[in-house]
Design a protein around this ligand. Structure first.
Ligand code: DX5
Ligand code: ZN
Length: 221
């Protein structure tokens, strides 16, 4: 949807002991959004953080907080994540018994809504919620961990989702295994936002983050 490519660093690959500092660093070095991976040890086999941590780091940046909920159920926690300062809340289709209702709950809190599709999830789950979402997050790895290899089959799914969306103002965000090599494939197929964790935080200094984000942007030009 957006004319400019959105780069959303996943803080899953940041130093959690210096989380606020790391968020401020990627913000200053050119991030458009900040991607927050919330995992519950149930929907995915990893655990990260919840609303109090999001609230605490909210002060570190004015950028869009792009919250990816890998939790089941999601509904009981949506208000807390909205209150913590998330600008987008994206839920997994499989993790919501009443997906349409969950998306309405998110929007009614004044937050932008998204649906995430796992690599094995068909795009047709979007068919009856297209007017209730601001973003589709297409997973290009199975959710749970950073540093996995990009699954090339998802490129075809990007094209299908783009066709379904038509003129609606909905971002297509890619998440998982995004690097300067894989990012251009996604953008050419219609992705408008790219999440990257390991490819952005590698090196561990703000100068590395700047160069790593620029390398992804340059590769997509
Ligand atoms: C995985 C998360 C991703 C992850 C991406 O479940 O949703 O956001 O941090 O990490 P990389 O870019 O390393 O694949
Ligand atoms: Zn994510």
């Amino acid at each position: 949807m957006s004319k400019e490519l959105i780069i959303s660093p996943s803080i899953l690959s940041a130093d959690f002991g210096r989380l606020a500092e790391e968020i401020a660093a990627v913000d200053e070095m050119g991030a458009d959004w900040i991607h927050l991976d919330v995992m519950d040890g149930h929907y995915v086999s990893n655990i990260t953080f919840g609303p109090p941590i999001v609230k605490a780091v909210r002060k570190a940046s004015d950028k869009i907080f792009d919250c990816h909920l890998m939790i089941e159920p999601a509904d009981p926690f949506i208000a807390a994540f909205a209150d913590a300062g998330c600008d987008y809340i994206t839920v997994h289709a499989e993790a919501c018994t009443h997906l349409h209702g969950t998306l309405q709950t998110i929007r009614n809190l004044g937050v932008k809504s998204g649906v995430a599709l796992n690599p094995g999830t068909p795009e047709n789950v979007l068919e009856y919620v297209l007017d209730d979402i601001d973003q589709v997050l297409i997973m290009s790895v199975n959710p749970g961990f950073g540093g996995q290899k990009f699954i090339p089959d998802v490129v075809e799914k990007i094209r299908k989702v783009k066709a379904m969306i038509g003129a609606r103002p909905i971002e297509i965000e890619m998440d998982g295994g995004i690097t300067p090599e894989t990012a251009p494939l996604c953008v050419a197929a219609g992705a408008t936002a790219l999440v990257a964790g390991s490819a952005i935080f590698k090196g561990g200094t703000p100068e590395h983050y700047k160069a790593n984000m620029q390398a992804i942007r340059d590769a997509c030009k």
